[in-house]
Design a protein around this ligand. Structure first.
Ligand SMILES: Nc1ncnc2c1ncn2[C@@H]1O[C@H](COP(=O)(O)OP(=O)(O)OP(=O)(O)O)[C@@H](O)[C@H]1O
Ligand SMILES: [Mg+2]
Length: 156
């Protein structure tokens, strides 16, 4: 007969592998929840370790931007075919001079090195950003694909 602890773990695993995960980002702990949700989905997609780490760094950067500049927002993780798509959305003040920031210029409002967005753009396979200074907030969509080429680099 299985003991209760084993049963509890099984229930948690079933919930956390849902192909869509939405999390409100309001505290630092929510950032770790988002990483954990993405990790389960990446295991399901059989991502290699290098790509998993790139996704985790990207989630950390984009969630920290929400916490630093907008107070709160949402994180959505979806699996479609061999792709992991992550959407970060907030209703904060928006980003001024986005093009320059993506080209490496540091914002005067920066609370860090000013390299977060440019770094995420480089780490992920797809990067899209929409931002509005008139109350529309900021929406970032990124994707990591488990392509044949990426699988060849697997090291686990
Ligand atoms: N969600 C957001 N809402 C409003 N402004 C943002 C948001 N994300 C980024 N910004 C603005 O864009 C700038 C650049 O963000 P980026 O993440 O590239 O660097 P940073 O946060 O300044 O520093 P780092 O990420 O290296 O610690 C920020 O300084 C901030 O002014
Ligand atoms: Mg940042």
């Amino acid at each position: 007969m299985p003991f209760p602890f084993q049963k509890k773990v099984m229930v948690m695993t079933t919930d956390s592998t849902k192909p869509i995960q939405k999390i409100t980002i309001q505290t630092e702990d929510d950032l770790y929840l988002a990483i954990s949700a993405a990790r389960h989905l990446m295991n399901r997609l059989d991502f290699n370790k290098v790509d998993q780490q790139k996704v985790i760094v990207s989630i950390s950067e984009l969630c920290r931007n929400i916490l630093n500049y907008s107070e709160h927002g949402t994180f959505l993780a979806e699996v479609t075919g061999n792709k992991l798509r992550l959407t970060f959305e907030d209703r904060g003040p928006g980003i001024e001079d986005l093009d320059e920031i993506l080209n490496g210029r540091k914002s005067p409002l920066s609370k860090g090195l000013g390299m977060g967005l440019a770094g995420v753009k480089r780490l992920m396979d797809y990067f899209q950003i929409e931002t509005s200074r008139e109350g529309g907030g900021t929406k970032v969509i990124v994707e990591k694909w488990n392509t044949c080429e990426n699988r060849k680099r697997r090291n686990d």
